[in-house]
Every structure is written in C-alpha cells, then in structure tokens.
Design a protein around this ligand. Structure first.
Ligand code: NAD
Ligand code: ZN
Ligand code: ZN
Length: 346
C-alpha cells in the first residue's frame, strides 16, 4: 500500500510503498477514511535531527478515522465495515492513568507511542494498524473523512476547555488565541459547554477571524495591543477567566499573561516553544498556568457525542494521498481554513 512517510529530518514527507500490516492478537486493521494534518506534524518535521527520540521512517497522521477492515485473533466488539475514530495516544493500558482512560499520560517509560506522531506508523496510508479495540469509538452516522480531526483538534481543545469549565459561569470571558484547526474547535466547545461565557478569538489572520465569528465567537480581534485593550474593556479591567493559547510564541504568551485575571487559568496548548516567565508580578496572582497534552478516552466519547448532536463541526478540506505534501505546505503557509484531511482510499 502507499503511505505518506516522514523519512528525513527537516525534509517534507514522501509517498512510499509499504506492506499492508497484519493485525496480531487483539489488534485491529482500519481502512483509513481520513487522516488529519495537524500543525504538530510540522513542528516534528521541522525539528533539527536528534532533538527527538523518534526513529525514522514512520507514516504521518495521528488524527484518524475509518472503517474496521480486519479484527486480529481475539479482538472482539467490532465488525468489519464499522465506522470508527481512533484514539491517538497509545499507552500501556495498565498503569493508574491508563486505567482512568488518560493514556495520554501513561506512566510506563516510552509510552504513549501515538501512531503518526513519534515513530509509530499513523493513518496517512490506505490501512492503519491499531493496537487495541479500546482505542476505537463508534462513529454512528458521521463520515470518517470529516470526523478524523475530532480525535486531536477536537479532543485536545475539549480537554483544554473542560479542565477550566468551573471558571466559566455567567459573565465570564474566555480568550482563544490562534483560531486554526484547534482554536476553531475550542470556540465551538466553549459555546456548547459554557453558553453564558463571552468567547473572544484572537488571530493574526483576517480569514481565521471571519471563520471564528461564523463558529460563534462573540468577538474576533487581530493580535496586538488593540486586542489586549479590548479584552480589558470587555472584562471591566479584570481580565479573562480563561486564556487558551494555541500558538505559544513570545507575543501570544505575553498577551496571555496580560489579559488573564487573578485566579484565572492560562492554558498553553500550542507548541510554539516560547517560555512564559512566572513570578509574583506576572501572571496575575493565583492565575494557574498549565500545558496539557491531548485528552482522555472518555473525553473523546464526549467529543463524538457533541459532533453527533451537531454542536461541533470541523471545517474540513479533503486531499488525496498524492497531495499530502501539498496539504502540509498549505498548512505551513497558513492557507488551510480549518483542517486538511488526507483521504487515502478516495
Ligand atoms: P493551525 O496552523 O491550524 O492554527 C494556528 C493558528 O494560529 C492559525 O490560525 C494562525 O493564523 C494563528 N497564529 C499564528 N501566529 C499567531 C499569533 N502570533 N497570534 C495569534 N494567532 C496566531 O494549527 P493547529 O493544528 O490548530 O495547532 C495549533 C498548535 O497546537 C500547534 O502548535 C500544535 O502543535 C499544537 N497542538 C498541541 C496539542 C497538545 O496536545 N498540546 C495537540 C495538537 C496540536
Ligand atoms: Zn496533533
Ligand atoms: Zn499506562
């Protein structure tokens, strides 16, 4: 089969011929409907050699959905043809965090080993080998070609909102910095879970701000001093309860510290790599700063429920496997409106 692989550090991925995997005991082979192109892939592809422990080559694509093709010996609970999404961070399944469904925080050394993001093969290929049925969530009527980004853009944003939901009552404000694939999902999740919260989107792109408004953002502001002043005005000078930074470069982290309030939350989801100084004077007193990674299996079930009820929807652009490199190029250029999804079997 053909697979879009990361072969050499700081080089674009390439299409290669690889064998179709055989599912072993407990494993499942998925016929891939869609595999989302996440900005994290670009961070990995652009890394200098030896800055990660990953072994090359591996197939990209850590946001995956498709149909069950073959169940390995002893694997039960699904049948060939079932539409499913694939939970991405694969842990040991046995440690305390895994047993609570948080395989993203597996405590076993070397885990999680997500397919498509860290040396293990992902879904930008005709077939994807999934290590266990516990990573499959039934999709119902949703099309796998559109649902794939729910597994990361959806799940990561959902988790980031949910951990702060107790701060987001009536009169509260949440700021979403970076209204790309993840930020667009965060805006919709905020509207779905915290209907009385004012949602402010901040981006450097007018296009993304227009999309943010159509997705329910109450305010859409160009990044800069004007945005900081406007957020202060909206919050009567107190700042926002929650600031979600989906970029995490120096200007966005500086802004996050300036627009968050006392006792608020700054959540760093972006992998821009900048650091946020924390001392007595900044961020505001008792404002917590956290950098979550992905989300849990139960949260993915909630994300799929939200999508099935029509409350969240990813803006998706489909690309054939032949055009995967082009899709990443467009993502790099900021020219993907929502999420690029590679559809290897179309
Ligand atoms: P994306 O390219 O789709 O969106 C990024 C958005 O940020 C774009 O709309 C862009 O215009 C905007 N932007 C860029 N610079 C900005 C600035 N200075 N101020 C305001 N907006 C700015 O990317 P994505 O796939 O949504 O990923 C976003 C980030 O989240 C990436 O860094 C990615 O690696 C990271 N990520 C983290 C996790 C996690 O578990 N923590 C999971 C997935 C992705
Ligand atoms: Zn990702
Ligand atoms: Zn574990």
């Amino acid at each position: 089969m053909r697979a879009f692989q990361f072969v050499e550090w700081q080089q674009p991925g390439v299409l290669r011929d690889v064998p179709v995997p055989e599912p072993g005991p407990g494993e499942v082979l998925i016929k891939v409907g869609g595999a989302g192109a996440c900005h994290s892939d670009l961070h990995v592809l652009e890394s200098p050699p030896d800055t990660t422990a990953f072994t090359l080559p591996f197939t990209l694509g850590h946001e995956n959905a498709g149909w069950v093709e073959t169940m390995g010996p002893g694997a039960t609970g699904f049948s060939p043809g079932d539409p499913v999404v694939v939970y991405g961070p694969w842990g040991c399944g046995l440690c305390m965090n895994c047993r609570q469904g948080m395989e993203n925080y597996c405590q076993t050394p070397g885990k999680p080993s997500p397919g498509g993001l860290g040396g293990t093969d992902g879904g930008m290929a005709e077939y994807l080998l999934v290590p266990s049925t516990r990573y499959l969530i039934p999709l119902g009527d949703l099309d796998p070609r559109d649902a794939a980004p729910l597994t990361d853009a959806g799940l990561t944003s959902f988790h980031a909102v949910k951990r702060s939901v107790h701060l987001l009552g009536p009169g509260s404000t949440a700021v979403v910095i970076g209204a790309g694939g993840l930020g667009q999902m965060a805006i919709q999740v905020l509207k779905a879970l915290c209907s009385a919260t004012t949602v402010v989107a901040v981006d450097t792109s007018d296009d993304k701000l227009e999309i943010a408004k159509t997705l329910g953002a109450d305010e859409a502001l160009l990044s800069g001093d004007g945005a900081i002043k406007r957020i202060k005005d909206i919050t009567k000078g107190h700042g926002a309860e929650v600031v979600l930074d989906f970029v995490a470069v120096n200007p966005t982290l500086t802004m996050a510290a300036q627009v968050a309030r006392v006792l608020g939350h700054i959540t760093i989801i972006g992998v821009g790599g900048a650091a946020l100084p924390v001392n007595f004077h900044s961020p505001p007193n008792e404002c917590s700063v956290a950098a979550p990674f992905w989300g849990s299996i139960p949260e993915l079930i909630e994300v799929i429920d939200l999508a099935q009820s029509g409350k969240i929807k990813m803006l998706v652009e489909h690309f054939p496997l032949d055009d995967a490199a082009h899709a990443y190029h467009l993502l790099h250029e900021g020219k993907i409106h929502g999420r690029a999804v590679i559809t290897p079997n179309d």
